[in-house]
Design a protein around this ligand. Structure first.
Ligand code: TYD
Ligand code: MG
Length: 421
């Protein structure tokens, strides 16, 4: 397995001398019984969705996210939802068992089947789990776990990595499903969940705007499913509530038209989502004006601004440009290109785009507006939510059928799109 290379020196001694070892032998691949992975639904549909259809026995899942985003709440709710179907153990290294129990009570969870342990020593945890053999295990958080066999301090990269490696091995050997909670540290990657991504089977990130009650869980890597699924929750006084039909929650609710804001239809996994893109263009005092993005790639914005200059005739030199995707979402598809430039253009001109318009489309370096996948489905979603006008790639305009109450404006080039705006 990847990530185990550091353990090689200890293991190598077994193989020294190249003497041959009867216990270890390859088998023909065709002789291996093809076992389907065993899956159990967690009881939280939105979590199952990002896991690829439920919990897989023997898999290690990393759940990363900012402190306070709701990781502990989510996993406690998941264990409670598994109540009675699988044996579960929640190991907390951050909170006391009283705190966890208080939360469970406040959330009115049925936790009769959930075992809890407050512990930070890896060796003692392993002792407990080998005796109790839970089928689903939560370690909250991996940053608090330390092995007495290592010199380095708890929370250091070496500790976090070694302890996680032990848990991954334990998961495989015992067919246990293990959730490792990892806080994303402000300083970025170091000692955070990033160093563990390659070791585990599945990496989930729990994200959200601090100002919004909505939380999004996404798979960043998944050996047992696709990575573009999103699970959506709302944080309420009584814990996380699943949001089954999330398509319109990422629109901010201003009643007025504001310059610099445009709605696009994004597709995440199997669902279309209406998302607001905001941009602010401001005079810059800096020699190298700022390009700040939240929720998209910096390079993509740089490229789009170059296209805007070259093919739209609008230059952003001596302007700072800020772009934000509302709701803590991330733009992972190029279908947002046209919406981003529309928002930038709207802010630059200080002219609002009417609230009942949607925009989507990919931009090519030659200034052409390219079609995106599932165009018709996106348009239907927009119509469903009362949008009246859609500026879309020419090739995405429905050929025969029309969409009720939605005026389609097909565009071939950026220039054409800007004229429509
Ligand atoms: P928590 O699960 O402790 O976050 P993490 O484990 O990711 O650090 O969630 C903490 C936040 O969630 C805290 O700010 C309070 C809020 N919260 C609610 O709003 N409602 C609830 O029912 C619970 C349990 C938490
Ligand atoms: Mg927590």
């Amino acid at each position: 397995m990847e990530g185990m290379e550091e353990r090689a020196p200890a293991n190598l001694s077994r193989f020294s001398g190249y003497a041959g070892n009867a216990d270890v032998a390859p088998v023909p691949l065709t002789m291996v019984a093809a076992e389907e992975e065993r899956r159990v639904t967690s009881g939280l549909e939105e979590l199952d969705r990002v896991l690829g259809g439920g919990l897989v026995a023997g898999s290690a899942i990393l759940l990363g996210g900012d402190p306070g985003i709701g990781k502990s709440t989510l996993l406690l709710q998941a264990l409670a939802a598994l109540n009675g179907r699988l044996s579960t153990l929640y190991i907390t290294g951050e909170e006391s068992i009283q705190q966890v129990s208080l939360r469970a009570r406040r959330l009115q969870l049925r936790c009769e089947g959930v075992q809890i342990l407050a512990e930070t020593s890896l060796e003692r945890m392993l002792e407990v789990v080998t005796t109790h053999r839970p089928e689903v295990l939560v370690i909250d958080s991996i940053q608090t776990v330390f092995s007495g066999l290592l010199q380095s301090a708890p929370g250091s990269v070496a500790q976090v990595r070694e302890c996680a490696a032990q848990w991954v091995r334990y998961a495989k050997q015992t067919a246990t499903t293990i959730f490792l909670v990892g806080h994303v540290t402000k300083e970025g990657a170091l000692a955070g969940p990033r160093v563990l991504e390659h070791m585990v089977d599945t990496v989930l990130y729990f994200e959200g705007d601090p100002d919004s009650r909505y939380r999004v869980i996404r798979a960043f890597k998944n050996r047992f499913g696709t990575v573009n699924e999103l699970g959506v929750f709302a944080m309420t006084e009584t814990g996380l509530r699943e949001v089954r039909n999330p398509s319109a929650i990422f629109l901010s609710r201003y009643d007025e038209n504001m310059p610099g804001s445009v709605v696009m239809v994004m597709r995440e996994g199997s669902r279309p989502l209406l998302v607001e893109v905001q941009a602010l263009v401001d005079d810059s005092q800096l020699a190298a004006p700022r390009r700040v993005v939240v929720g998209m790639e910096n390079n993509r914005l740089a490229m789009l601004l170059a296209i805007l200059h070259r093919h739209g005739g609008v230059a952003m030199t001596q302007r700072d440009v800020f772009v934000n995707l509302v709701g803590g979402l991330r733009l992972t598809e190029t279908a947002g290109d046209l919406a981003v430039l529309s928002a930038v253009f709207s802010s630059y001109r200080d002219r609002p785009i009417p609230r009942e318009w949607v925009v989507f489309g990919e931009l090519g370096l030659t200034g052409e507006v390219r079609p995106v996948q599932n165009g018709e489905e996106r348009l239907k979603e927009a119509a469903k939510h009362g949008f009246k006008r859609a500026i879309v790639p020419h090739k995405n305009a429905p050929k025969s059928s029309s969409i009720k109450d939605l005026e389609i404006v097909p565009v071939k080039t950026l220039k054409q799109a800007l004229e429509e705006l």
